[in-house]
Design a protein around this ligand. Structure first.
Ligand code: GDG
Length: 446
């Protein structure tokens, strides 16, 4: 079996690689298991800036990391990746800020990645590049003579062509996609959008959808254990007889949090029978706090949460609990099991793993209901969820009311359909099918 080379902006630190890991480390766990692999990327630090990789080994996986120079990092990561590409790809041009020096830093870092990675590559290696930070990496490797297979997976949406075309020098990025043998995106719609943009430039339109998932059985077991643990007991005790509505999102403007808070307030206004009978817990760990748009959002949410509680609280009941700290992964899994309602309303989301985690965490005998944005990639396959337009707080309120009043038998039917969907596309099947596509690409080229 050929060696698998994973490249991502951030390589998980040693403590993030084990059982407590989240994100890509979890998604790739199965793909990496038992396979010779190299994982290359940024260490997460800028202390000893050098494009000379440091290598450590854990089992059959070698981790090779570089510390980016602060000046490059700021333009590449905070500037072009998160200040320009992130909003653009989520259809939010109004929040994007383009600076030529950021684009230059983005290209410099991608060149630095390519130059640092090339000497580590062996003939026969299969390279899998992740996400919008690294679109030009494949082309950089090709220019340096790497002839092996390279695939690219975009974790976030790809917008319609007319939106993408607003990106200055966007044609160069499209041309960069041309270096990859396999181009993966989350949904059919993303694939159509990217293919249309590529075809207009006369580039091979080979994007296809590979919906990412979770490890449902592992997550279900974690949730079951954690719900019975001390934090689960504390949460349940604090709720009393009230139903729990749960939201879990990085504090990000794509997640629709202000609209969601307003939707909850509308529920209390328009359906007063739920007053003092529900508690909404929103876990929203601060993310990208060094980007201005995120600080603005945080202020808005602080104010909204205060206002909603001020207006609706009673002396023995605080309707909205809002946490900006990170909660440990297993604790969170337990909370998801205790929740009667999962509230997942991003304005735009590549997939949204929280929706899948909520489903996996439920007690099959008495499962909760999921209120889900129709603009999350997860909505494509999630029959059984109550779908909403996340821009409309009233629609969110109505969906919450439906969810809170669903008979148990219907909750079970809906949950069963969602559970089947979550088990169909898992983290493991996602990684396997992407790697299989890379193998086929090689056979075609040979
Ligand atoms: C990107 C795309 C795509 C959240 N708060 C805490 C915590 N989390 C965990 C969740 C979940 C993960 O973080 C978030 O994943 P999502 O998929 O929901 O969203 P993004 O971070 O935006 O991820 C997305 C994904 O990439 C994968 O391709 O689905 O569309 O935007 O696992 O549970 N984990 C812990 N504490 C928290 O407070 N431990």
């Amino acid at each position: 079996m050929s060696r698998l080379v994973i490249v991502s902006n951030r390589v998980p630190a040693p403590r993030e690689r084990g059982a407590a890991a989240g994100g890509l480390a979890v998604a790739l766990r199965e793909a990496l298991a038992g396979r010779e692999a190299l994982w290359f990327g940024w260490s997460g630090s800028n202390h000893a800036p050098s494009y000379q990789p440091r290598q450590t080994r854990a089992g059959r996986v070698t981790f090779a990391t570089i510390d980016l120079p602060q000046a490059d990092f700021v333009g590449y990561y905070r500037g072009f990746s998160n200040g320009m590409l992130w909003p653009l790809l989520h259809h939010r041009m109004g929040l994007a800020e383009f600076r030529r020096e950021d684009l230059a830093a983005y290209r410099r870092v991608n060149e630095g990645f390519a130059a640092a990675l090339l000497p580590l590559l062996r003939p026969g290696d299969v390279v899998w590049v992740h996400d919008y930070h690294l679109i030009p990496l494949g082309a950089g490797l090709r220019r340096r003579g790497f002839g092996g297979r390279i695939g690219f997976f975009l974790h976030v949406p790809f917008p319609p062509r007319v939106i993408f075309e607003a990106l200055p020098q966007g044609e160069d990025l499209l041309a960069d996609f041309g270096a990859y043998d396999v181009l993966g995106v989350q949904t059919e719609e993303d694939a159509e959008n990217l293919n249309e943009a590529l075809a207009r430039r006369g580039l091979p339109a080979r994007a296809a959808s590979f919906p990412i998932g979770i490890e449902p059985d592992t997550f279900a077991a974690e949730a079951r254990a954690a719900a019975a643990g001390p934090d689960g007991a504390r949460l349940r005790e604090s709720l009393g007889q009230r139903a729990l509505i749960l939201g879990v999102d990085r504090l990000d403007y794509t997640k629709g949090l202000p609209q969601r808070f307003r939707g909850f307030a509308q529920l209390l206004r328009r359906f007063p029978e739920h007053r003092n009978r529900v508690t909404f817990l929103q876990v929203a760990p601060v993310s990208r706090g060094d980007v201005a748009q995120y600080r603005t959002l945080r202020r808005e949410l602080d104010e909204l949460a205060g206002r909603i509680n001020g207006e609706h609280a009673e002396f023995d009941w605080v309707p909205l609990r809002y946490l900006t700290q990170t909660v440990p992964r297993t604790t969170l899994a337990g909370f998801q099991r205790i929740a009667g309602i999962g509230l997942v309303t991003p304005l735009r989301d590549g997939m949204n793993l929280v929706a899948k985690e909520f489903v996996a965490a439920q007690d099959p005998a008495n499962p909760g209901a999921l209120v889900l944005s129709r603009f999350a990639g997860a909505a494509q396959a999630m029959e059984g969820a109550i779908l909403v337009n996340p821009h409309d707080p009233d629609e969110i309120a109505e969906a919450l009311h439906i969810a809170l009043t669903l008979p148990e038998a219907e909750r079970r039917v809906r949950w069963e359909r969602m559970w089947q969907a979550v088990r169909r596309n898992t983290a493991g099947s996602w990684a396997r099918s992407f790697i299989a596509a890379l193998d086929v690409a090689a056979a075609r080229a040979a």
